[in-house]
Design a protein around this ligand. Sequence first.
Ligand code: FES
Length: 95
Amino acid sequence: MPVINFHGLGIKITCDFGETIFEVAMKNSIPLAESCGGEKVCGHCRITVIHGIENLSEPEPDERKLMAEKRFSENERLACSTRIYGDVKITTSYW
Ligand code: FES
């Protein structure tokens, strides 16, 4: 099962294959900015991938659109849109 390393918080969580980062964060009371409840609208759940970006789902069209509007870097993703298929290390600007 994949492990998410929430770098900066010192927390590693084993999750289900295909869960979103947002789902894992909410279930485990990880502080994650959001104002749309994970509906891929607000862009506040932006996370930076430190390692393991190849273990994440490819951005879907709605995520790509928001990433372009919000000027995401190549290693930034929406936590609510990103599914986990292997180990990953992520962070945010506020952890
Ligand atoms: S929670 Fe709003 S875009 Fe992810």
